[in-house]
Design a protein around this ligand. Structure first.
Ligand SMILES: [Zn+2]
Length: 74
């Protein structure tokens, strides 16, 4: 079985900044932009197998541009 720890993250669909995978609480994951804080939805996972799937899912969402823009109050 191949395990690839490196994600093929596209640039931020909002600002072309750098996205990164963020795990929170050890049970959910999202992709977030380092520059504008746009982010995907969280995907929850319960074990290592689901964790890998969750990571793939949020990376896919990110790469499709399915992100939530942070409200900066403009
Ligand atoms: Zn951005």
């Amino acid at each position: 079985m191949e395990i690839n720890p490196n994600f093929s993250l596209e640039e931020c669909p909002v600002c072309r900044g750098c996205g990164f995978v963020v795990h929170e609480g050890g049970w959910n994951v999202q992709v977030e932009c380092a520059d504008c804080s746009a982010h995907t939805v969280y995907v929850e996972y319960a074990d290592e197998t689901q964790k890998k799937e969750a990571e793939k899912q949020v990376v896919k969402l990110w790469n499709m541009g399915k992100v939530i823009k942070s409200d900066s109050g403009g």
